[in-house]
Unconditional design. Structure first.
Lengths: 414, 260
């Protein structure tokens, strides 16, 4: 070993060394504090990294080690080491880097892989190798043959490097807005309060729901039937008749906004266009084998009214489970310190972008459901995002190049 | 249209695909291979399309629905390979694999309904899943080829057979990259960050890196066929973890990607 030319053995030995040093560091001083990478430390690190790559490239004619940094002999063991750590990460549950985990496993940091010393070292080594590969190729760039190569490799380098360096600058805050009251105070994941340079006023929160479903449950166990592969029928507007097990179900009447009232000793549902209204269906069920017939109201209930099931026989009842949400939406106005006033609707998958913040629909008052008078938003700011996106788009272009241009077999490079 | 009709569409498609695969073994005129296979694909796609219309959402939410796309893309991948390389066995293999996934869908049906949770209602949903399923199909075809070359073929592996593996992996890997990055762009819009190390994402990264190792190893040591094929099969194992294996992992209990 260590006789030139170096091969995979030496490459693996270096990664093994990094792993060992990383484990010792981890046990001695605990995990890496990635929060030191906040601006301007991350920017300075980036500049030093770039300068270091250039210097190593210039010195690579004289130093064998630097020359090997852009070789397959080093790249492949590095990829294998990273993939092994990623697999460990995939097999063990992961916790936030500031969580305190007890025991030997907690100390070893497998469950906080991203801030474990050995991961940081092995990953950094991977980035250095990737960086040297890119620098080497760019230094003798051929416009025709090298564009896909540079798109793939430089794209990955930019995305990984900027993603890692920028992660400490990401702010993720929770803000709870109530109807009619502008709110500018938000909380980070540790519960610290921050005052923002913008305020959000909630006008209205709503949940659109899918049509109600009907299911059969076992009266004794409460399990949905047939057990193992529960069946349901979706009673949308044009639904009139369907079958569950042996029962033919017909919907006779439908009230979208209903109230549950007692009429003598029976329960019935009436129109109730107000807060807390529930959905109710009047159904007729006929057993196709025994010809037994039942009819009555079925409802999923709300925070005001309880569920209503229809008992079909000794064994079965027909129920309407809670309706699944189709859309959550908050109608808001955002006021900024620069005196801009922005009206918008924030939905899942449709965040609102205001002055570097992206505002996401996160939650609401679940006990009130669609009548919630609060809406909880997540505000995210990631100053390095444009750089990461540049890398991602380069990789996307590189992937398209892989499909369009046929592969050419290249000779070994070192 | 509902799953009750799936078995009929599947049988008709399979009959056409088998006719095409048999024709490929017989070295007859090319159209006897292409026409039945394409007709089979059209029949199968007609089912997917009518499911899409009747569900009023893309049929991509449940495991059963992704298996539907996989069964469709396998013969597509097989046919593309056949058109380039004329391997008479490739269509048979891809049809057998499609058959397996069709059987799973027939004998283990799941709940299929119209609801689609808000997080999945995005223009990224369809490209993300289709591109991934196509990648899986390509890499599946590559893995089948690798098994054939490693364990079944008596004679030595030939350079052109390795070239076929490379082409399948390159195509599959390009689609894998697209699928992963579409997912990242979507995640930013849906969850606030492009990469959260959700178990599915972690395994997607492992799979992607593993195939990257195959590609670079092939470039570095082009004559070491067996090692390369073993790397490819290990990568395919990582892919299985990523696709459905994580559903059994305790780590994935809170995953945003677990299907139901």
């Amino acid at each position: 070993m260590w006789n030139r030319p170096w091969g995979y053995k030496e490459g693996f030995a270096i990664n093994g060394g990094l792993l060992l040093v990383g484990i010792l560091l981890q046990l001695a001083i605990g995990r890496v504090n990635l929060e030191v990478l906040t601006y301007p430390v991350n920017l300075i690190s980036l500049v030093i990294f770039g300068a270091g790559l250039a210097a190593m490239h210039l010195a690579s004619k004289k130093l064998y080690l630097f020359r090997l940094l852009s070789s397959f002999q080093f790249a492949l063991p590095s990829m294998v080491s990273v993939v092994i750590l990623v697999i460990f990460m995939g097999l063990s549950p992961q916790f936030q880097s500031h969580a305190e985990l007890p025991g030997m496993m907690g100390r070893l940091g497998i469950m906080q892989m991203l801030s474990a010393w050995y991961f940081v070292l092995v990953f950094s080594w991977f980035i250095v190798i990737l960086g040297m590969v890119v620098v080497k190729r760019i230094s003798r760039f051929h416009i025709k043959s090298d564009i896909p190569f540079v798109l793939n490799h430089l794209g990955l380098l930019i995305a990984l490097l900027c993603g890692a360096l920028g992660s400490a600058d990401i702010q993720r805050l929770k803000l709870t807005a109530s109807v009619g009251k502008p709110e500018w105070r938000a909380f980070d994941s540790r519960g610290n309060m921050l005052e923002l340079s913008l305020a959000i006023e909630l006008h209205h929160f709503t949940i659109d729901k899918y049509p109600p479903k009907l299911m059969l449950v076992d009266n004794e166990t409460g399990r949905i039937l047939p057990e193992g592969k529960p069946a349901n029928i979706l009673a949308d507007d044009d639904f009139t008749e369907g079958t569950l097990l042996d029962w033919r179900i017909t919907v006779e009447k439908r009230i979208e906004g209903a109230a549950r009232v007692f009429a003598g000793d029976t329960i019935k549902y009436v129109e109730y266009p107000s807060i807390g209204a529930t959905c109710a269906l009047y159904v007729k069920a006929i057993n196709t084998k025994t010809h037994r017939q039942q009819e009555g109201w079925v409802s999923c209930g709300s925070f005001m009214f309880s569920h209503q099931a229809l008992r079909l026989d000794e064994r079965l009842s027909l129920i309407m489970p809670d309706r699944e949400p189709r859309r959550y939406a908050s109608d808001v106005t955002v006021y900024t310190q620069s005196e801009k006033i922005i009206h918008g609707v924030i939905e899942v998958n449709k965040p609102l972008q205001v002055e570097g913040w992206k505002i996401y629909q996160l939650s609401y008052d679940q006990s009130m459901g669609k009548w919630s008078t609060i809406s909880i938003f997540e505000l995210v700011r990631d100053p390095w995002l444009p750089a990461v996106y540049a890398g991602i788009w380069m990789m996307l272009a590189g992937a398209v190049c892989m499909l369009v241009f046929p592969k050419k077999r290249k000779e070994d490079e070192v | 249209m509902s799953w009750d009709y799936f078995v009929y569409f599947a049988i008709v498609s399979l009959i056409f695909w088998i006719i095409g695969a048999v024709a490929a073994w017989k070295n007859t005129q090319a159209w006897k291979v292409y026409v039945p296979t394409i007709v089979g694909l059209l029949v199968f796609f007609a089912f997917i399309l009518s499911m899409w219309i009747s569900l009023e959402r893309p049929p991509m939410r449940t495991m059963g629905e992704t298996r539907l796309w996989y069964s469709f893309f396998l013969p597509v991948a097989g046919l593309i390979t056949y058109s380039r390389r004329k391997y008479k066995w490739i269509l048979t293999f891809s049809v057998i694999m499609a058959f397996v996934f069709i059987c799973v869908n027939i004998f283990k049906p799941e709940i299929h309904n119209k609801t689609l949770m808000p997080a999945l209602q995005s223009p990224w949903f369809v490209p993300h899943v289709i591109v991934y399923m196509f990648a899986y199909a390509m890499l599946g075809a590559a893995a089948v080829t690798a098994i054939y070359l490693l364990f079944l073929k008596k004679k030595a592996v030939q350079a052109k057979e390795m070239e076929l593996c490379d082409q399948l992996v390159y195509t599959g890997f390009a689609f894998l990259t697209l699928g992963m990055l579409f997912g990242a762009l979507w995640a930013k819009e849906a969850w606030g960050h492009y990469w959260s190390w959700d178990p599915k994402e972690t395994w997607a990264a492992a799979t992607w890196l593993a195939y990257l190792i195959y590609i670079h190893f092939r470039l570095h040591k082009p004559m070491k066929y067996h090692v390369a094929l073993v790397i490819m099969l290990l990568s395919f194992l990582a892919l299985q973890m990523c696709w459905y294996g994580i559903n059994w992992l305790p780590t994935a209990a809170n995953s945003i990607h677990t299907y139901f």
